[in-house]
Design a protein around this ligand. Structure first.
Ligand code: SF4
Length: 338
């Protein structure tokens, strides 16, 4: 397994996110917040991976709006198109071309042993080939930009390890083109959903939209599961096992945390009050983000321009990689001697 060491100055970073609409707290804590920091020190490519979403059976009617809404979230949290290349995967056709070519060096057995494939395929009667090949497209996303670092959560480490293996195999057969990408592990760890049971995700409906207004944030946070030992309001609680407290650590003023923890342990503050403080902290944290999102939503043409310009920069980089790849793999028949 590749060691997750800090990136060197001006590493090239690639990261992608599926378009599930507006970003939620899990997207923000697990990825977007770190992406904003990376862009100051590194060359970053941030991609809305709409082709990956197809393996989940997303409706064609819903997909364009989901891409647009996620782009607004990217920009509203502070991803800067002047600093980073921000684009949509399907605008750069070389992603799927490279994925096809990487099939040539990827054994089916490697794909079949991926944990995510095993989990998801178990639940399906008919398994789309795209589900099996998903990690090859992910490898292509990264290798197309010759990225040497990839911010990931723990659950993506296995796919990144496979991308490294694919790069190694391809390089040893066709010549050195691809760096072996190394992980930058998310500092936030696994962000649990409000149900306290599973990773935060929109499909499980256990999260909060980062652009939600105060009422919605309060309504959602009120449903959060807390320490199961607290049955009555004055039962002593354990903040260290409570997901609400974990979220306080991300959003509430650090100076207030000792009091919140102490009052929980003493049973002098009820969970309803504690959640209300968290909801206020989240609402306040995202106020400037909501403000920027409102401005962006009012100028959709500007958002489209940003994505177009990002795709152009991405295509230039992709063309350079693919020129080398096609030549190395013998796909330039015009170079044959008569
Ligand atoms: Fe969790 Fe707060 Fe309730 Fe303690 S008081 S169990 S930290 S919600």
């Amino acid at each position: 397994m590749a060691e997750a060491t800090p990136p060197t100055p001006r590493s090239r970073i690639f990261s992608g996110m599926q378009p599930s609409g507006e970003a939620h707290l899990g997207n923000y804590l697990g990825a977007l917040r770190q992406w904003v920091q990376h862009q100051e020190e590194h060359d970053c490519f941030f991609c809305i991976v709409d082709q990956h979403a197809l393996t989940g059976g997303v409706s064609p009617d819903a997909l364009p709006a989901r891409v647009f809404d996620l782009a607004v979230s990217f920009l509203a949290v502070g991803l800067d198109p002047e600093e980073s290349v921000i684009f949509v995967q399907s605008d750069v056709q070389e992603h799927t071309e490279l994925a096809w070519l990487l099939n040539a060096v990827t054994p089916v057995g490697d794909l079949e042993r991926m944990t995510q494939y095993k989990d998801k395929s178990q639940r399906l009667e008919s398994i789309p080939a795209g589900l099996l090949n998903y990690p090859i497209l992910q490898a292509a996303d990264i290798l197309l930009y010759r990225a040497d670092r990839v911010p990931v959560g723990e659950d993506q480490l296995q796919h990144l390890e496979l991308a490294r293996e694919i790069a190694r195999r391809w390089n040893s057969r066709f010549g050195e083109v691809f760096p072996e990408p190394r992980p930058i592990l998310s500092r936030a760890g696994r962000i649990m959903g409000l149900d306290g049971d599973a990773k935060m995700s929109k499909s499980l409906d256990n999260t909060v939209r980062i652009l939600a207004e105060s009422d919605e944030v309060h309504r959602r946070v009120r449903t959060a599961v807390t320490d199961p030992q607290r049955v009555r309001r004055d039962d002593p609680g354990r903040p260290e096992v409570c997901n609400v407290y974990t979220l306080h650590k991300h959003f509430t003023d650090p100076e207030r945390l000792p009091d919140i923890a102490a009052q929980c342990r003493a049973g002098t503050r009820g969970c309803v009050d504690c959640k209300a403080i968290l909801a206020d902290s989240i609402t306040e944290h995202f106020e400037p983000v909501r403000e920027r999102a409102r401005e962006l939503a009012a100028t959709p043409g500007r958002v489209r321009e940003i994505l177009e310009a990002g795709a152009e920069r991405a295509r230039a980089e992709a063309a350079e990689t693919m020129g080398r790849v096609r030549e190395a793999m013998g796909l330039d028949w015009r170079s044959a001697s008569p």
